[in-house]
Ligand binder design. Structure first.
Ligand SMILES: [Zn+2]
Length: 387
């Protein structure tokens, strides 16, 4: 629902920063709350404009704090060699889009924990400023104090133990370390996320409909329920992703790879336009194993042929355009399909060679993985889909 597109506002350290539409709604609300609820009644300097100026400053500093929280996640991920494609600020927080998943529980732990730590440091810093540095009973003091509380709250909320919140990721890294299974860890912490979301919805509805004391809190019940709903939705995706990963890791590359004669073999000396006389009729999914004297030496995909300019299309031989088997790190027949998928995504390639003891056995691409997943008997039907 949120975090889809977003308006790009700039780049920090090479990472594109985007604002979701829901961001503007919350920003406006925050400015309004600071100006009308936080600042003293008596504040009407500058013809009544003063409180609004402070409201906007407070709002901007809060969202800069949010950005610092996300940058902490993103820069840590980047230190581990992961690609960060963007940071989007939306609704009640931000999201860093990291192109791949952690490889080890330790990485997952540090990427998750640095965000709340950054918020806690900021919150503590603002509170110290308000208590000791900024003159008491001033507008500035009020705003700095509120920024301190907001950042501490952000740290605490994000550390709630349910995936996809940061606390859920920390929990996931711990279960992963203990069990050695990433998908089991994801599933367990995502289930906790669903539980947490359900509790928030019940709490929100309770606060809305009843006068019972335990449902009374400083938080608006509609917001609590809405955040709970978002959490449940995203946690459910986490459960699905974990199940997909389990299914993938059970599939061996050797079982689903395309091998001759299904994968067409062509001699390295063959001219591209002889192999594919009409590019219009080329199927984008086609992949060719390129052979020399009966030995497979590389792979060439239809996409590569489609991307050639006219001159190269007419003159190039397969050996000129092929991906040499030795050029990309090959997969082994007993590698898991999860690894194949990860590599395909990371290397942004269409196919990977499967090699055993230096011999090219076949190729595997997204199509083969999806096909195998579709055929794999699901261990248990998924009751949550469509419900
Ligand atoms: Zn975070």
């Amino acid at each position: 629902m949120f975090g889809g597109g977003g308006i790009r506002v700039g780049r920090i350290l090479g990472i594109p920063i985007k604002l979701d539409l829901s961001f503007f709604l919350v920003f406006g609300l925050l400015v309004f709350l600071i100006a009308t609820q936080v600042l003293p009644e008596s504040l009407d300097g500058w013809g009544g404009a003063e409180r609004w100026v402070y409201g906007v400053i407070g709002g901007v500093v809060y969202f800069v704090s949010l950005l610092i929280h996300e940058l902490a996640h993103s820069l840590t991920a980047r230190r581990y060699g992961m690609d960060v494609s963007s940071i989007t600020l939306f609704f009640f927080g931000g999201v860093s889009v990291i192109r791949e998943d952690s490889h080890r529980p330790g990485q997952e732990f540090w990427i998750a924990i640095v965000g709340p730590l950054a918020s806690l440091l900021l919150g503590g810093g603002f509170l110290l400023l308000a208590l000791f540095a900024v003159p008491k009973d001033t507008t500035l003091n009020n705003v700095v104090f509120v920024l301190g509380i907001l950042n501490c709250f952000l740290a605490a909320f994000n550390m709630l133990p349910g995936f996809p919140l940061d606390g859920g990721r920390v929990m996931r890294s711990a279960i992963w370390r203990v069990t050695g299974s990433r998908h089991r860890a994801t599933r367990a912490s995502a289930r906790m996320g669903q539980l947490l979301g359900a509790v928030m919805i019940i709490y929100g509805i309770g606060g809305l409909l009843t006068d019972v004391a335990i449902f009374n809190s400083a938080f608006n019940p509609i917001w609590v329920a809405l955040v709970g709903f978002l959490l449940i939705t995203q946690a459910a995706q986490g459960v699905k992703a974990a199940e997909l990963e389990r299914d993938l890791s059970a599939l061996r590359v050797g079982e689903l790879m395309l091998k001759p004669p299904v994968a067409r073999t062509a001699e390295a000396d063959l001219l591209v336009h002889v192999l594919a006389p009409s590019r219009a009729q080329l199927d984008q999914q086609d992949v060719f194993i390129v052979a020399e004297d009966g030995t497979a030496v590389g792979i060439a995909s239809a996409v590569q042929i489609l991307l050639l300019d006219e001159e190269h299309y007419l003159n190039a031989r397969l050996r000129d355009i092929m991906i040499e088997a030795g050029q990309v790190q090959p997969l082994e027949p007993n590698s898991g399909a999860d690894e194949a998928l990860r590599r395909l995504q990371k290397e942004r390639t269409f196919v990977l060679p499967v090699v055993e003891r230096g011999r090219l056995l076949g190729i595997v691409g997204l199509e083969q993985i999806l096909k195998a997943l579709g055929q794999a008997p699901s261990p248990h039907p998924d009751p949550s889909s469509g419900a």
